[in-house]
Design a protein around this ligand. Structure first.
Ligand code: ADP
Ligand code: MG
Length: 478
């Protein structure tokens, strides 16, 4: 059988987190009672006029700058004319001929491999209302969402698998949160995408005809939909059929796609420049201001953590998961404490505890107490295990008690005098003569076994390093 390659281009809609809507002053909120957040502009009552929201433009520029797009100094809005009940004006205000951002690239990790895809453009537009067709003999329309500011990011057909599309969406989600342009919540529809999918014989220089899966609202679904669609196309081609340009619907229930309408002719949206809004001029100064607002991106944060503080790479992934965590990590590391222990504490203990208790890191443990925890670990006066398992939960639970008090109460300090270990080591070695023999015959992996047995007897009182050294010297001496 012939081998095929899947080709995918994405059209991603990003709902922005501005305060007000794109062209009117009501709040940019739609999870309210239906039709409770609709001004006369949104409803397109006669005589009303749109006013562009400057933050819509600023967020578009910010996203464009993060991806090295060219920002069109002069751009303008167009009308896209079509009739649909959830579009009160009978047209959508969007950008077509001269979009705010052009070109650019996005680099992300997919399954451990760095992948770069090209952006075709990013444009500003408004969202439509929401129809529900799940009633028996009528439909319902909620206009709260109408006029929500969106950015549409259109990629070149540079993805080669559903997994890549998935990993890209995860990356994009993180970036929009870092930039504070959107809450990035895919499950709640803040990022939705149309997936254009085609297949071609491996090595073919031209693309195959594509089908477009509309409105996929999770990265997981994007992967499933693309994989299903590619397989279906390969089966059709292999059976001798032709693929026609078709708009497809994804059914999340059973992970399949089905045709919605065949695109026999291109839709005629009769685009023309929106006469009610002036063209947008973007000054070099504005670009500079917005550029300076971009404080961190995941990759710059990762670089800072690794070059300045030598945080190991497996921790960096967790610490750059969100800009909030990343900034917290930097402020902790800048205190001059042992960076490895700080990173361990955050990744292994504090972040899981914060998630578990739904608390922000800032409120979990005050800096001063973290300093004492790290110093205690550094000093070796208590084992890291007892600090993690006993002391830290106690600190969080007993906010009014000092770290010293809690450490004393828990009795986790290792004794200064470690001579008691000798006795226990000899006892354990006597209990397991066969294992001692095996160890001395080269089965050195048994060291862990001995340590486990000894720790069982001494509990947290032993300094692990001392224990280790003593045990090794006895085992290796005879
Ligand atoms: P339209 O305006 O009909 O939606 P565009 O040419 O603007 O078409 O392309 C829209 C999306 O389809 C882009 O993301 C692009 O990368 C993708 N695309 C174009 N051709 C193909 C193809 N042959 N296979 C997969 N995706 C494609
Ligand atoms: Mg399209």
């Amino acid at each position: 059988m012939q081998n095929f390659e899947t080709v995918i281009g994405l059209e991603v809609h990003i709902q922005l987190n501005t305060n007000s809507k794109a062209f009117s002053t009501e709040k940019n909120k739609f999870d309210l009672n239906p039709n409770n957040n609709i001004s006369s502009v949104t409803l397109a009552l006669p005589g009303t006029l749109p006013v562009a929201n400057v933050n819509h433009m600023h967020k578009a520029i910010k996203l464009g700058l993060a991806f090295d797009c060219h920002i069109n100094e002069i751009n303008y809005f167009d009308r896209k004319n079509y009739f649909y009940p959830d579009l009160p004006k009978g047209y959508q205000i969007t950008q077509d001929a001269q979009t705010i951002c052009k070109g650019g690239t996005i680099t992300f990790m997919s399954q451990g491999v760095e992948k770069t895809i090209r952006i075709h453009h990013i444009h500003m537009e408004e969202d439509a209302g929401k129809s529900s067709h799940d009633q028996s003999s009528y439909s319902l329309i909620d206009y709260n969402r109408a006029g929500t500011p969106l950015l549409e990011l259109v990629t070149e057909p540079d993805f080669r698998s559903g997994q890549e599309a998935h990993d890209f969406l995860a990356h994009l989600q993180k970036i929009v949160q870092y930039l504070d342009v959107s809450d990035g919540n895919m499950e709640e529809g803040s990022i939705r995408c149309d997936c254009n999918v085609s297949v071609r014989p491996l090595g073919s220089p031209t693309y195959g005809e594509r089908r477009e899966i509309k409105n996929v609202n999770s990265k997981k679904f994007a992967k499933i939909a693309i994989e299903y669609e590619a397989k279906a196309q390969i089966e059709e081609i292999t059976a001798g059929n032709t693929i026609y340009k078709t708009t497809m619907l994804f059914d999340p229930e059973n992970g399949t796609t089905r045709p919605m309408r065949k695109k026999e002719t291109e839709n005629d949206y009769r685009y023309f420049p929106e006469p009610d809004l002036p063209p947008i001029h973007i000054s070099a100064q504005l670009l500079e201001t917005i550029k300076n607002q971009i404080e961190w991106l995941p990759q710059t944060l990762a670089k800072e953590l690794s070059t300045k503080y030598h945080v190991p790479s497996h921790h960096i992934e967790v610490l750059t998961e969100s800009v909030g965590i990343g900034k917290y990590a930097l402020s902790l590391l800048s205190q001059g404490l042992n960076p490895k222990e700080c990173a361990d504490l955050l990744v292994l203990k504090m972040i899981p505890l914060a998630i578990e208790s739904d608390t922000v890191l800032d409120e979990l443990i005050p800096f001063e107490k973290i300093r004492q925890i790290i110093n205690l670990i550094d000093s070796g006066k208590a084992s890291k295990a007892s600090i993690y398992q006993e002391l830290i939960p106690a600190i969080i639970k007993n906010k009014n008690q000092t770290v010293e008090e809690l450490t004393q109460n828990l009795g986790i300090l290792t004794s200064e005098d470690q001579s008691f270990i000798d006795e226990i080591i000899s006892k354990v070695l006597q209990d397991f003569p066969d294992k001692v023999k095996e160890y001395r015959n080269g089965k050195t992996g048994l060291l862990g076994f001995f340590i486990g047995q000894i720790k069982r007897e001494v509990g947290n009182k032993a300094d692990l390093k001392v224990l280790n050294d003593k045990l090794m010297s006895i085992l290796n001496s005879k």
